[in-house]
Write a protein that binds this ligand. Structure first.
Ligand code: FDM
Length: 212
């Protein structure tokens, strides 16, 4: 389909514990891929700009209390409300670099003790990433990095559980990057992985659904 000019963009997801450096790497990857002539957008979940996103934001900053399952479903709804735009962007050839996705959804909620399969269920049918990069750092090292911002989940004990959940969730397709390497080295690795992934998608890899 390359020759017809209808090739699609890639869905690239970055995951990891709080303070692993995901957000900095997303903002570095965007201009570096644009510099290569790719159409790219940077997204993040939760997307706090929607109505659902504002409820999530209030919860994270401890301004509201919600049942563990209710907040789980709100995080999921926040992805569902962006799904059709996501699909349209990808189909029009734009690559999306996404800071957190369904894996955060399942890792954080199951770290509270919710059943893993129950947590995955509302995610089924969302678009599957073409690449998941996990920025790997120990909870202890992450906690040493300039301290947490004070949101609900930013506590060492909880982050230890989240790390375990991520470990359970990960599969052989994930690219694990050592998040303690110098920023530039991580950036170089990510760029290479992203370019590879973009080319695979251009060459006809089809979009699929997560966990189905
Ligand atoms: N988080 C994020 C969840 O618990 N579930 C989700 O589905 C998502 C996307 O929200 F602690 C948690 C992870 C993190 C918090 O994320 C806010 P950012 O990246 O700090 O905005």
């Amino acid at each position: 389909n390359n020759s017809k000019g209808d090739s699609r963009g890639a869905l690239i997801v970055l995951e990891g514990l709080d303070r692993c450096g995901k957000t900095s790497q997303c903002s570095r990857l965007l201009p570096s891929l644009e510099g290569l002539g790719h159409s790219v957008e940077s997204w993040r979940f939760p997307d706090r700009n929607t109505g659902v996103g504002q409820m999530i934001s209030a919860y994270l900053s401890n301004q509201s209390q919600l049942d563990d399952r209710a907040i789980h479903l709100l995080f999921s709804a926040n992805r569902w409300e962006k799904r059709s735009l996501m699909e349209a962007k990808l189909k029009s050839g734009t690559t999306l670099i996404v800071d957190r996705y369904s894996y955060s959804g399942v890792a954080f909620s199951s770290a509270k003790g919710l059943d893993l399969q129950w947590c995955k269920a509302p995610e089924v049918g969302l678009l599957a990433p073409d690449l998941v990069v996990y920025l790997d750092i120990s909870p202890e090292k992450a906690a040493e990095r300039g301290g947490y911002g004070g949101e609900r989940y930013e506590q060492l004990e909880f982050q230890r559980k989240v790390a375990q959940s991520y470990h359970t969730l990960s599969d052989a397709s994930w690219k694990i990057v050592d998040a303690t390497l110098p920023i530039e080295d991580i950036e170089t690795q990510l760029k290479e992985m992203a370019v590879d992934c973009i080319n695979t998608c251009k060459n006809g890899k089809s979009l699929s659904h997560i966990w189905s």
